[in-house]
Structure formats: C-alpha cells, structure tokens
Ligand binder design. Structure first.
Ligand code: MN3
Length: 301
C-alpha cells in the first residue's frame, strides 16, 4: 500500500510566463516512451510480478523503492506542465468572464491545444506529439537480469531525453525540473548498474556515464550535486524495503564519492495550484462560491 504526502519531492520556482509550447516539450518527460510514466509503471509492474520476493529481497526492495520515487516524479512533471500552462496569474478577469471573448485564442497556435480544450488547462498523459502513454511501454519479463538490463537502458535513454528537453526549454521552472530529474535519474541508472554487477559480475558501471553527460556542467544539476543529491537513495517507507543498501553502496562511478541510503524524506516543496480559469469553467462556479461551499461543509463536520 502507499502513503501520500501532500508535497512535491522538490521545490520548483515560479514560472516566468505562460509557455504552452514549453509545456508541450515537457509532456515528453511525462508520457513519452522514456518519460516518468514509463519508469513508474515499469518498476511498479516488475515489483508486482516479482518472483522470489524473499530470497531475492535486495533486488525486489530496490525496484519497489525506485518505483515509489517515480510516482513523485510524475507529480513533479505534471506540476511543471501546469505551471507552464498557467504562468503567473495575469488573467484579465473581465475578459475571462465574458463568454463571447476568446481568452484561449492563443492556444490555437500551440502544439498541444488539448492541454486547454480537454485539460482546462492541465497536464495530459501524453508525449510531446500529444500521443497518449501506453502500457506497451512496460517491460516486465519475469527474468530479473533482463528486467534490470532493460531498466538500465530505460534510465540511460531517459537521461538523454531529459538533457535534450533541458536544451529546449527556457523557463526557470522547466530548467529546474530537468536539472533535478537528470540527477535523480542518474541515481537510478547507477543503482541498476550496481544491481546487475552484483548478480552477474559484469562491470556495468564502467559503461558510465552513458550518455556522456557531465551533469556538473548544468547549473541546476550542479547545485544539487554539491548538496550530495546524486549520492543518496531515499527509502520511501517507514519500515520496509530495508535491503536496498545491499546494492546501493560503494562509490559513485562519476566522482568516486560514497553513496548511501537515507531514511529522511526529501525536504520537498509546495504543490502547485493551477488557480481559477474562468474561461475554462475550471473549476465550475466562481472561486469565491466554491470557498463558501467548502466552508459550509466544514462547519457541518
Ligand atoms: Mn524518474
């Protein structure tokens, strides 16, 4: 079962301006083949299907625990897309409330009009071509070595695409997100390499860094690496998945520093509130009326 904490794993800056095409690029990191939906559902399904949870506990613990972190990553990516779709609150309320005006007219020129028409605006479970994420992106073979090899490849491809997304986006919120995900994805990539080494003896970490990204050259990533963010594996459970440290140990192949497991949760940041879009009837009723209804419900309890 899952517990849920109403925070983002990482504090995102405020967006500078509404940037729906930037949001369309970031959609690749949510619903693309190498996006966070894919890492989440691959590791989740592999953990559900895992054979030999007791004898192979360190591997089961590792895959399950990383799956939980990925759940927080889709939350972060969705928050970034929402921040880019909304921008700072500059809506002309009078124009927005007038149903004969066209406050969303600008979205006709945007790559993903569905973010507005279906989302109100909001993140969609789609890639940067607006194609929905599919379960075909999940590989769960029942063969542990093959699954781990797939996961190492998935994280490697994901890092490549995160870097390209970083090179595409301009808003600070999208830069911060991609910088963060590059560092955390790097942890997962190294973890699967270490897991494969313990099982097969093949020195997979010698293939790193692949792709050859020096994350320390990316300011948003470097700031986090200076804090040791690339060295720690969070244990997302109060008392379970205790054997991840049997794999996540030794040195980091990039800089030789000791890696470690921590029971402290990420400091995190506030969730993003999309606010009220009168033009989209989202949420229905005026915000003031909704607050009034909520207060009435609250006083009855
Ligand atoms: Mn991830």
């Amino acid at each position: 079962m899952y517990l849920r904490i109403d925070k983002l794993q990482f504090e995102l800056p405020q967006p500078k301006e509404r940037d729906p095409n930037g949001a369309a690029t970031v959609q690749e990191l949510l619903g693309g083949r190498f996006g966070e939906m894919s890492t989440l559902m691959n590791y989740t399904m592999q953990s559900f299907n895992f054979r030999g949870k007791k004898p192979l506990k360190p591997y089961y613990d590792l895959i399950s625990n990383i799956a939980t972190e990925e759940l927080g990553h889709i939350e972060l990516v969705a928050a970034t897309i929402n921040a880019l779709l909304a921008g700072p609150d500059t809506t002309d309320q009078e124009e927005a409330a007038d149903p004969t005006s066209a406050p969303f007219a600008f979205s006709k020129e945007m790559r993903n009009a569905q973010n507005f028409i279906a989302g109100g605006p909001g993140a969609m479970v789609q890639d940067s071509r607006n194609i929905p994420w599919t379960g075909d992106n999940v590989f769960s073979s029942g063969n542990l070595v093959l699954d781990l090899l797939h996961n190492f490849f998935l994280e490697s491809g994901a890092r490549q695409q995160k870097l390209r997304a970083y090179e595409t986006v301009t808003d600070p919120v999208a830069k911060a997100l991609t910088g963060y995900l590059l560092v955390r994805g790097g942890v997962h990539q190294v973890a699967y390499a270490k897991a494969l080494e313990t099982l097969t003896g093949v020195e997979i970490t010698k293939m790193l860094p692949v792709p050859n990204i020096d994350a320390a050259k990316i300011p948003e990533s470097k700031k986090l690496m200076d804090q040791g963010m690339h060295l720690k594996m969070y244990r997302f459970s109060p008392s379970d998945y205790t054997d991840i440290g049997k794999i996540w140990k030794g040195t980091h192949p990039d800089d030789g520093q000791e890696v470690y497991v921590t029971d402290e949760l990420p400091e995190g940041g506030e969730t993003v509130d999309g606010g009220h879009e009168s033009a989209a009837f989202a949420p229905e009723y005026e915000m003031g009326e909704i607050i009034e209804i909520a207060q009435k419900l609250h006083s009855k309890m």
